[in-house]
Design a protein. Structure first.
Length: 120
């Protein structure tokens, strides 16, 4: 579960490393897999367009909280992670490191699925 002030790692090559959740879009108090959130950039890679303190939209792609699937299995990751999105909900980065869950396919994030290294 992602709440306000939760820190997330960024798993794409957009230049951000750590972000902090400042708003969960959709009227909920907690975010889960595939939810859109608004984040503030905390740590960034030097010599990139992104600067620390900027506000951006993001997609939650990994959660430490177990998520139950329809077939009865559960999925759980080691860290809370996100990727940065532009205003049209397309990824800012060109690569996504590590696997992403297949629940993103039902949320219509096909571009994220296509550039990810793996799908679980």
């Amino acid at each position: 579960m992602i709440q306000l002030n939760s820190n997330l790692t960024v798993i794409d090559n957009s230049g951000a490393r750590v972000v902090k959740c400042i708003k969960i879009l959709g009227g909920s108090f907690s975010g889960s897999l595939g939810d859109l959130i608004v984040v503030a950039l905390q740590k960034v890679t030097p010599n990139r367009k992104l600067k620390s303190g900027e506000v951006a939209r993001s997609l939650v792609v990994r959660l430490r909280k177990e998520t139950k699937r329809k077939d009865g299995t559960t999925i759980k990751f080691f860290s809370n992670s996100a990727i940065l999105l532009n205003q049209k909900d397309l990824p800012l980065g060109t690569r996504i490191f590590g696997p992403v869950p297949r629940e993103l396919r039902t949320k219509k994030f096909m571009k994220v699925i296509s550039i990810a290294q793996g799908i679980i």
